[in-house]
Write a protein that binds this ligand. Sequence first.
Ligand SMILES: [Zn+2]
Length: 88
Amino acid sequence: MEEKYYYLNSEPNVDGYHYVHAYECTEKPRVLFQVKLGFFSDAEALLEEAHHYFSKVKLCPKCCPKPITKTNHLNFALRDHYNTYEKP
Ligand SMILES: [Zn+2]
């Protein structure tokens, strides 16, 4: 996965989550709401960084890296983690 520059939206979405977007994403937050996260190439590191700012964060399905998609139960757990990553 190539590295991209990511932003976190400091304004929550209607679902209450703060979304992470790549620089080139059309749904990137407005300048006022952009939190610069830096360069990332994998979903887990990106979520961890975003998590420093907000407890409820999600990755934009259009522009963000996705966790491994092989179907075994470990990856189902990872997929759930990807969909709803909240601070315990
Ligand atoms: Zn996006």
